[in-house]
Design a protein around this ligand. Structure first.
Ligand code: FES
Length: 149
């Protein structure tokens, strides 16, 4: 499965291909928002422009779905590697910096360390499907009755 490397937080988080970057971050307790976004955000509708992330590796631009028209409009004056987390779906492993507008302490060393550890190209494995449970005689009988009637 894809891995999202959150550089500021120093965490790697696994997700399913196609998951929304904002939702994964919130689920994992990653602080996506600065003060403005903490006080109020649009809940992922692409309207508040507070869920910025910077994609830190060049290959990462293709790891996320393409910019949406909302992002094209809202990010006109922002760096090209910035995305709105609520608009981006994760396709393969990617390295991102949350709140890129906020200085990253010891940035050089942290970025160097984040880039040195290889990211899995993903998706590499899917969770095993649940084992099919054995049907009891009652279940089989009920299924037969349902088919007949
Ligand atoms: S959460 Fe408002 S723009 Fe992403």
């Amino acid at each position: 499965m894809p891995v999202i490397r959150f550089v500021r937080e120093g965490r790697d988080v696994e997700c399913y291909p196609g998951e929304n970057l904002r939702e994964v971050a919130l689920r994992e307790g990653i602080e996506l928002y600065g003060l403005k976004g903490q006080l109020g955000n649009c809940g992922g509708c692409g309207q508040c422009i507070t869920c910025f992330v910077s994609v830190m590796d060049e290959a990462g631009q293709e790891a996320l779905t393409a910019r949406t028209p909302v992002e094209d409009s809202k990010l006109r004056r922002r760096p090209e590697d910035w995305r709105l987390a609520c608009q981006a779906l994760v396709e393969t492993s990617v390295m991102v910096l949350t709140r890129p507008q906020v200085r990253l302490p010891d940035a050089d060393n942290r970025l160097k360390a984040a880039r040195q550890a290889p990211l899995p190209t993903g998706p590499v494995a899917w969770p095993a499907p649940p084992e099919a449970e054995e049907l009891t005689e009652e279940d089989k009988e009920a299924a037969t009755t349902d088919d007949e009637g």
